[in-house]
Design a protein around this ligand. Structure first.
Ligand code: ADP
Length: 289
């Protein structure tokens, strides 16, 4: 089982003739609401990859639809609390050229209670995985509780925050970063990835696939990406991490879990949208590149 402490957002996408300037009032030509947030995306990806996923998080009174959608996608939503704050949301304006501006309100994602996390983890065993990202409060506390219970601790350091990463680094078994985050972490800590105090470090490299570094053995391995023509890379990183962690949680060797993650993320780049279009295991197995 994967216990994923993570954000749940409404992605509100507004099509506009141009991006609004200061003081401007602008009518959107269309609007759509999708499920997003790195936490929710990773829960959906891991569930689609065949893992049993318990999502630990919070929405507002206005967020029941988001919980319901996670449930439809096979995620255990019993530990998604209803907070007094609004459901986290992103207001995304997209112009005709595909340029965007994004306004993010964390809302309920910053209202998580440590008691709720502890309650959820009471269901866990030392064979389980605790996954988290950097879009909620109580991450250090949650990772600490999970570590004390002996779970594998996996962290996607996104969106990057030097302090947030530094305080959880000693607890991690697996760290997933993109190339930009890896450079930011090296600047912040002075440590290259192979010198981090984390056994497995995975760096995603976009069209170049990913690199796995086992800091115990010093072994580094590059896994090339699948040849696709991307139309929308939103959610590719989250899909990658969800599939990777799902593979590991189900006992796959690292190299195999990484290959599966690369495949799922490549498919994701060929689709528009976020959580609602994450591929499943069958898509990944049927894919021909
Ligand atoms: P992020 O989107 O989080 O910045 P990356 O750009 O590194 O992360 O992409 C995450 C993963 O998505 C990559 O490791 C790879 O598996 C897949 N991916 C991203 N871009 C491409 C691409 N152009 N072709 C094939 N796979 C891709």
């Amino acid at each position: 089982t994967i216990f994923n402490l993570g954000s749940i957002n409404a992605d509100l996408v507004y099509r506009v003739p141009h991006l609004p300037g200061a003081g401007e009032t602008l009518a959107a030509t269309s609007m759509s609401r999708g499920l997003g947030g790195k936490g929710a995306n990773m829960s959906v990806a891991a569930a689609r990859a065949g893992a049993h996923v318990v999502h630990i998080g919070a929405v507002g009174e206005d967020g029941q639809w988001a919980s319901n959608r996670l449930l439809e996608y096979g995620v255990d939503t019993r530990h998604i609390a209803v907070a007094a704050e609004a459901t986290g949301h992103a207001i995304i304006a997209v112009d005709d050229a595909g340029e965007n501006t994004i306004l993010l309100h964390p809302g309920a994602n910053w209202a998580l209670s440590e008691t709720e996390i502890d309650l959820a983890l009471e269901l866990s065993t030392a064979r389980d995985t605790f996954l988290f990202q950097n879009e909620t409060n109580a991450q250090r506390a949650g990772a600490g509780m999970a570590s004390a219970r002996g779970l594998r601790i996996a962290y996607a350091a996104a969106p990057f925050g030097a302090e947030a990463v530094a305080e959880v680094l000693p607890l991690l078994d697996l760290l997933v970063l993109n190339a930009v985050e890896a450079a930011q972490l090296e600047t912040a800590t002075g440590l290259p990835p192979d010198a981090l105090p984390v056994r497995d470090v995975v760096i995603t490299l976009g069209a170049d696939g990913c690199r796995w570094i086992n800091t115990d053995t010093g072994h580094a391995q590059d896994i090339p990406a699948l040849p696709v023509t991307p139309v929308d890379t939103t959610g590719a990183g989250d899909t990658f991490t969800g599939f990777l962690v799902a593979g590991l949680d189900r006992g796959m060797p690292m190299a195999q879990a990484l290959a599966q993650a690369n495949r799922a993320a490549a498919i994701m780049t060929t689709r528009h949208g976020t959580a609602d279009v994450i591929p499943d295991l069958k898509d990944v197995q049927d894919s021909r590149f």
